[in-house]
Design a protein around this ligand. Structure first.
Ligand SMILES: [Zn+2]
Length: 101
């Protein structure tokens, strides 16, 4: 079991709040993370819900569960199959933040 994968989503954005230029592997990870932000903020759920987003772990066919922690305002995500999990910070006011639309 690996540790919690903590991400500050703004590290992946450029000055115009779009995904910054980055190597393909990093971009793939960034795209995965913003999909989670988009999904978790749209459902705005305090319990884990299935996002239908495929887990990134090699050979894993799980789909990611995500939720909003209303206390810390972090987005928590996890794969129920392989245990890959993490949290996302600083997603507020990014273009993938659906909480105010
Ligand atoms: Zn997995």
């Amino acid at each position: 079991m690996t540790g919690t994968y903590i991400t500050d989503i703004r590290h992946y954005l450029d000055d115009s709040c779009e995904l910054a230029d980055m190597p393909p592997e990093a971009r793939s990870l960034a795209s995965f993370l913003v999909l989670i932000v988009d999904n978790a903020t749209e459902s705005c759920s305090g319990v884990f819900r299935d996002t239908q987003i495929r887990c990134r772990s090699q050979g894993c066919h799980g789909t990611i569960l995500a939720m909003l922690d209303f206390g810390t305002e972090e987005i928590l995500w996890q794969c129920p199959l392989c245990g890959h999990h993490g949290l996302i910070r600083n997603w507020q006011k990014t273009k993938w933040d659906r909480t105010e639309t």
